[in-house]
Design a protein around this ligand. Sequence first.
Ligand SMILES: [Zn+2]
Length: 150
Amino acid sequence: MCPFSFEELKSIDRDQLGDWVPLELYRAIRLIGMYQGLPMKGKGTTVTVGKIIGESLPVESIEEALKMFKDLKIGIPTLLEQRENALRVKVDDCFCKGLQHKKGHMVCDLEGAILAGAVSKVLDKKASSKEIKCNVNGDGYCEYEVLIPR
Ligand SMILES: [Zn+2]
């Protein structure tokens, strides 16, 4: 069994540095460590890691999952479309916003996988995510499709 629960991660007791780390550290882990550092730009790893993080979030509805996505400051999600077997979610202010555009690079697969993991937990069904748009690709915002096969 995993020794850490999401709830437990909130136990923070740092007198001097508090509970924040800078966004560039998150970006370093994501984009240098995972996107550049892992084979296949981390695909496979991000799916596994995102799914298990998403499933560990204390959420019980799609709305709560979207709210958590914002509370964790990954980005501000808007549900654009909800069908029986897919959700389309636009993300404003994504962690990648402001990075230089690099055509052909979509870098927010982990974040989509976290959302898919949370959706999977809420619906008790398998879910996966596909990145459709990304700031880094020059799209103006990030967007995912969360696929929920029957
Ligand atoms: Zn993004």
